[in-house]
Write a protein that binds this ligand. Structure first.
Ligand SMILES: [Ca+2]
Ligand SMILES: [Ca+2]
Length: 260
């Protein structure tokens, strides 16, 4: 009905809140009223300073094909009235050959080189070692950690380690590069990508789903090197406050390696 037949749902609220009919305009589950402070999560969405109730799935994938394709639908209770509540979704990839992403992980080798080649204080090396033991963190994540730990000196240290770290790439973006969010897909902006969940529009969808609106099925794809390991992070979060759930539906057949 919404273009995804089976698959995975991530939500900033409860899965049970997705169930229709759409009899409320403000179905909410508030997990925490405290905004996210983890620099790693904040770094994924640089435009969203106050994030709440993040839901994140992270895994490695290896495919025997040269293209990774995924189909998804974004849904939210924020539609159509709270368009400045920028609930947001991202699908991040890193790995060999991904444009704009060299390596989001500070590898043990890179750490070894940093410790022998650069004259960095022990505290910085300790922090880098901590970071190198985390599964993944991106450039903005590093910046956040360093600012927290080293204050004004952070810039100096970051400059030294800059060649070793990079951004990861968000595949869930619109053609103009904007994030998939309530603010960027709605009845006023990119309206061709939006479908309201009203009785008039489609009674079946209205009965089945509580969300006030959906994106049309969106697709992202990226060239990969067959049999290389890529790291994926799917992340959705409330923004501005923890109310009014948003969700992402990812097709079970959406993550597909396409052979040549
Ligand atoms: Ca609703
Ligand atoms: Ca929300």
């Amino acid at each position: 009905m919404i273009g995804i037949f089976e698959g995975l749902m991530l939500t900033t609220g409860l899965a049970a809140n997705a169930v229709g009919p759409n009899d409320k305009g403000n179905k909410s589950f508030v997990g925490s009223k405290k905004a996210v402070t983890d620099p790693e999560i904040l770094s994924l969405f640089p435009k969203s300073k106050k994030l709440f109730d993040p839901c994140i799935l992270e895994f490695d994938i290896q495919i025997d094909a040269d293209t990774l394709v995924f189909n998804y639908v974004f849904a939210s209770e924020e539609f159509p009235e709270y368009l400045t509540y920028h609930d947001v979704f991202g699908f991040f990839i890193s790995g060999k050959g991904i444009a704009d992403a060299k390596d989001i992980k500070l590898s043990p080798e890179a750490f070894g080189r940093l410790s022998t080649e650069l004259d960095l204080p022990d505290a910085v090396l300790t922090e880098l070692k901590n970071i190198s033991e985390k599964p993944y963190i991106n450039r903005r994540g590093y910046v956040g950690v360093f600012r927290q730990k080293f204050g004004k000196k952070a810039g100096e240290f970051l400059k030294a380690i800059d060649p070793y770290i990079v951004d990861i790439k968000n595949l869930a973006v619109l053609p103009n590069g904007e994030e998939v969010s309530v603010a960027n897909i709605n009845h006023k902006k990119n309206a061709h990508l939006y479908r309201p969940n009203t009785l008039e529009k489609d009674p079946k969808v209205f009965k089945a789903w509580q969300y006030d609106g959906f994106s049309v099925p969106l697709q992202a794809k990226v060239q990969v090197t067959p049999n290389e390991t890529y790291h994926l992070i799917m992340a959705i979060a409330d923004q501005k406050d923890a109310s009014l759930d948003s969700a992402i539906f990812i097709s079970g057949t959406g993550i597909n390696g396409k052979k040549k």
